[in-house]
Design a protein around this ligand. Sequence first.
Ligand SMILES: [Zn+2]
Length: 418
Amino acid sequence: MPVLDVSRVLINPLALPALGNVAKYAATRTTAEKNANRDSATRERFALQNESRRLVPHERVARCLRYIAPKQRSVEVLHSPLDGRAHFGSLEICGSVWLCPVCASKVAEKRRQELIHAIDYWKRESGGSILFATFTVRHQRADDLQALLDRFSAAYRRLTGHRGYRQLREAYRLVGAIRALEVTHGDANGWHPHYHVLLFFDRQLDDAEISRFEALLYKLWFAAAAHEKLDMERERGLTIKHTFGAIADYVAKYGRDPKTDPWGPESEMTKAHIKQSRAGATPWELLRRAAAGDVRAGFLYREYAGVFKGRQQLVWSPHFRAALGLADDATDADVAAARPADAVSLGWLGFDEWLLVLRYDARADVLIVASSGSWTAVLDLVAGLRFRRRAERQARGLEPVPSLIIPSSLQLSFLGVA
Ligand SMILES: [Zn+2]
């Protein structure tokens, strides 16, 4: 069956670097490498989104960037010249940071900028300390995620509502916090929900004070968890880091998937892989395994999806955003649906063309060719898909195969030949 290789359509001989000096060539190559990484990340995110759709077909992620939005008839393709990225307009967008790898990546990008702003602002304007705390509890392979997460979050609420915690806050001048909920799954110990919390103090704490603060906070956390019938080991239940490097590292990694969206140099990436395997599989890793045929990973992902959908991932303490000069408080859905300020419309794909893109799973390909800013490149890609579709229909006998036209004797007699 003649099948057109879509990747061949993407090779544009004009895009090859022109002969020039070595520095220019090296620069071109670096950009080309960067683009290649970005393109493979785009493909991977759409592939993982497809897998999420397969596993939880009744959630909004199943329609995300697939269904045309109400009152629209075609699909707009947008291009942002500033970062050279392309986007779809006029499609439904789920905005789920838990179930949609495409939306999650976009939301995380914005949240990362906000965290960087928060830390810079705090260092510049208040000169106070920032601590990076991680709260966990002991968990077992047989734990039910819903029950474990309910008790874990109840324990944290109990901690922050406790009189002892309020006294601690006042004594150390802890004025704000940003809390991120995360979960991984390990084969040995099952689900591992945890909170990463950035704690902002409006004065500098020295090492002795940090140790004392950590000891007191651990005591309160242990008691709150015990109340919910949870326990922990001292060295794991609460960890506190205070170096700028540790905080910057956390923020740089926030919301990134080490496989699709690596950060820093290669060595960092390798470290992340090692860390990843020790910490257990992230939800995206479960999707990746499920897509590769791991049925158990698929069941685990479904369990996770049911428990996490709709939860808030990042929680700022009340009024703290305003205190940091961040007025805008866009929801995850708003961020995922936002049209970049510099985006220009490249063109529109009609309904039939969009069906072809979906049929051949070419959404990522459309964005990749559109990232050049060329609408002709998008049209070429769609023409390739149309050609492939026709070839497939012809192979199945659903469409006549064009051949040399042999005139019938009747036609020949009309022409006066016979
Ligand atoms: Zn989505």
